[in-house]
Design a protein around this ligand. Structure first.
Ligand code: HEC
Length: 125
């Protein structure tokens, strides 16, 4: 009688432990999926980042460059080649956008920074 109850106790425990394990692995799987779902839109190969940055260049930079500096009109094709220079002018030296009339919003700066990171530009500090 005694040994029976002991056995059933350990049997119950085994079921309980199994359930806990199952629950644990389900939670792990779910959090992994959640993690991936949140990571994906910001992953470094997101082509949307470049389009967002291009919109900023087009709206805030090209209007001026078109008239003043036609060899530096940014396009989706050439912008990667200007990435380093753009980082330097906009974020390091803060020379661009030139003058006080055109101002970048925080959102626009972030669009540029996200693309610059993706383009592999080395950033300081
Ligand atoms: C109000 C006009 C104006 C706006 C707006 C403007 N630029 Fe410029 N940009 C210039 C002029 C003029 C030059 C060339 C003379 C100079 O470097 O100051 C220039 C030069 C540059 C250069 C080349 C610098 C070099 O010699 O290496 C880069 C890169 C640049 N701009 C990036 C940008 C970016 C990015 C934006 C938008 C966020 C922007 N510019 C907005 C007028 C403008």
């Amino acid at each position: 009688m005694r040994s029976f109850s002991k056995r059933s106790l350990s049997y119950n425990y085994a079921i309980f432990a199994g359930k806990v394990c199952k629950l644990k692995s389900t939670i792990t799987l779910l959090s992994l999926l959640l993690f991936l779902a949140f990571q994906l839109p910001f992953s470094p190969s997101d082509p949307g980042l470049k389009e967002l940055a291009f919109k900023v260049l087009e709206e805030k930079c090209n209007a001026c460059h078109q008239t003043d500096l036609p060899n530096k009109v940014f396009t989706l094709e050439n912008m990667d080649g200007f990435a380093k220079k753009i980082y330097k002018q906009v974020f390091k030296r803060k020379r661009m956008p030139k003058g006080n009339e055109v101002v970048l919003t925080e959102k626009e700066k972030n669009h540029l920074l996200n693309w610059l990171k993706q383009a592999g530009v080395e950033m300081e500090n």
